[in-house]
Every structure is written in structure tokens, then in C-alpha cells.
Design a protein around this ligand. Structure first.
Ligand code: ADP
Ligand code: MG
Length: 305
């Protein structure tokens, strides 16, 4: 049976001062998925996540977390979700182990159910367990934020731009952990990222928001399949003076002497394209194709890179 981890209806947020950050979002996120929330800067990703986390109040709409209405059952809905925020907001006075104990206390996790050392181990902070917070590097602070999001054993883990500006090693550690939590514990993962390759690789499903509105929500595979444009890049064995012409194919001479032939895969086959080249007397030394990636989908939907 599939259930919804998150159900959002008509979600609106107008900040003090009048900025309308969310203009009415409807979104469901299935339990057990790794779900990507994408959008250009200022789209409303963090606003959405901070509302889910209970960090800011919504202006209108309904939010259910693990089946609990956020307004009617605030305690249960908060208990179901752990959030690693975008900002590195850590209390400078607490060493990692102490910070986790405080967090567990805030969530009412009984002493016997606390797993501080296990969580520190998982994020690679064991040898910093008692270090002064101010001696922690930026990467270590991020690890600690992830650890804090996990202390109350939430069913849903939300990561807001977890890899923005982090080094490769930390990025790998984060994704390994996220995959493991998803696979071994069935934890639902929601993440925002502006690294589209990362979303393409990590996420089962993706929602794209722009200017406070949902513009697309689909499986990653469908999103990638939805762009029909293909380009064949051909290296001719000698320079081509007159470009071949054919209906439905746009031909361009590239600076490196190759020919780029763009077409709609739903209307024209690669064989058709090759036939056009052949009848124009062009001999092919090398050929490859360019596929649409998430970047193209994103660009087509939001007009920003
Ligand atoms: P994203 O995370 O997608 O980059 P945000 O949710 O942070 O976007 O911001 C959405 C919009 O709301 C932006 O225009 C931003 O400037 C505005 N905004 C965010 N936080 C506040 C705030 N505290 N007060 C006023 N406007 C805000
Ligand atoms: Mg943000």
C-alpha cells in the first residue's frame, strides 16, 4: 500500500512586507521515495520546506505530514519530520554530542531511545563528539545539522540544499547516508538542490516550482522523456559547403567543423537523418547524439538555468 508522506493543498505564503513567496501549491509526496524539489533561486523551495518544518507559518492552505494535519496535530506532524535547513544555524555553545542530546530532549525522545553515538558515527563526527562547536569546520557543521535532523527517528527527512558549497567527500558522505536511510529504513527523503545532475541521479520523482507556483511534477524518467528534441552531431570527412536541407531537421555548422542536426525524435528517426546526409553526398567520419537532460527540462519550464 502506498501512502502519502506529505500532502500539501493550496499552500500560500505572503511574507511580512508583502512578498508573495507561495501562490497556492498542491503537492503530494509518496512515502518511501527520494523526492526532489527543484526551482531557480527565489522560487519558494526553502519557504515550502520551512513551513513543513514548522519554522514559519503558512498564510493559507493545508499541510498533512505522515497523515497528521499540521494545524490540528502539530506535535505528531512535527515528530514525523526531520529537517536539515539551508542555513548553518547552530548553537555555538554545544559540542556535537551535547547538541544531539538537547535536540532529543526538545523532541521528547526518552533517554533509552536516544542514539546520539550511533548518529555521530554515521555522519563521521565520532572523534568530534565533544569538540567545541566553534572549532567545527563548515562541513562538520553540515554533518551535525544532518545528525540533529535524525535524533527523533523521523519517517521523513528533508534536506534543503544539502550540498551547496560542500566538498566532494562530504557530498558523497551525504548521498551515501541518504540512500542508506531510504533503502534500509524506508525513510522518505525530500531534497532541494540546484545541481540538476544530482537530482537526476538521486530522485525518483521531481517537482519543479517557479515564482511560488508548481510548474511540473513527474517521475524523473518521465521528465527526461518529455523532451523530445534530439541532436545528432556528425563529423564529416571533409568540410561541408552547402548544408543539406530536409523537412523537420535543423542543420547547423559548428565551429569545430561538425554538423549539428536537430530533430524531434517522435517525428524523425536517426535513420532518416543519416539518409539525408547520405543523399547529400556527405561521408561520415564520426557520429554521436546529444540527449536532453534535466537541465533542458528545467530551462524549458522555467526559462532560467
Ligand atoms: P528558494 O529557497 O527557492 O531560493 P525562498 O523560499 O528562500 O526561495 O524565497 C522565496 C521568495 O521569498 C524570494 O523572493 C525571497 O526573497 C522571499 N523571502 C524569503 N524569505 C523571506 C523573508 N523572511 N521575508 C521576506 N521575503 C522573503
Ligand atoms: Mg532556498
Amino acid at each position: 500500500m502506498t501512502r502519502d508522506a506529505i500532502r500539501i493543498e493550496g499552500l500560500k505564503k505572503t511574507y511580512q512586507g508583502g512578498k508573495e513567496a507561495l501562490k497556492g501549491i498542491d503537492l503530494t509526496i509518496p512515502a518511501g521515495s527520494i523526492f526532489g524539489l527543484l526551482g531557480p533561486n527565489g522560487a519558494g523551495k526553502s519557504t515550502t520546506i520551512n513551513i513543513l518544518a514548522g519554522l514559519i507559518n503558512k498564510t493559507a492552505g493545508k499541510v498533512d505530514i505522515w497523515g497528521w494535519d499540521q494545524d490540528r496535530n502539530p506535535r505528531q506532524s512535527r515528530a514525523a519530520i526531520g529537517v536539515m535547513p539551508q542555513e548553518l544555524n547552530l548553537d555555538p555553545f554545544f559540542a556535537p554530542r551535547a547538541a544531539l542530546e538537547v535536540q532529543a530532549g526538545l523532541y521528547g525522545v526518552p533517554k533509552a531511545q536516544r542514539r546520539s553515538d550511533e548518529i555521530l558515527e554515521m555522519v563521521g563526527l565520532t572523534d568530534k563528539a565533544n569538540a567545541y562547536a566553534r572549532t567545527l569546520s563548515g562541513g562538520m557543521r553540515r554533518r551535525l545539522l544532518l545528525a540533529k535532523a535524525l535524533v527523533h527517528h523521523p519517517q521523513i527527512l528533508v534536506l534543503d540544499e544539502p550540498t551547496a558549497g560542500v566538498d566532494i567527500e562530504l557530498r558523497k558522505m551525504l548521498w551515501d547516508n541518504v540512500r542508506k536511510l531510504n533503502r534500509e529504513r524506508g525513510m522518505t527523503i525530500i531534497l532541494t538542490t540546484h545541481y540538476l545532475e544530482e537530482a537526476e541521479e538521486m530522485c525518483d520523482e521531481i517537482a519543479i516550482i517557479d515564482k511560488g507556483a508548481l510548474v511540473k511534477r513527474d517521475s524523473t524518467a518521465n521528465l527526461l522523456g518529455s523532451l523530445d528534441g534530439k541532436t545528432m552531431i556528425v563529423q564529416p570527412d571533409q568540410p561541408v559547403e552547402t548544408l543539406p536541407q530536409a523537412k523537420g531537421i535543423t542543420v547547423e555548422n559548428r565551429a569545430d567543423g561538425s554538423l549539428a542536426l536537430s530533430y524531434r525524435a517522435s517525428q524523425i528517426t536517426a535513420e532518416d537523418v543519416l539518409a539525408v546526409l547520405h543523399s547529400a553526398g556527405i561521408r561520415i567520419r564520426d557520429v554521436r547524439t546529444e540527449q536532453a537532460d534535466l537541465e533542458d527540462v528545467f530551462l524549458a519550464l522555467t526559462g532560467s538555468a
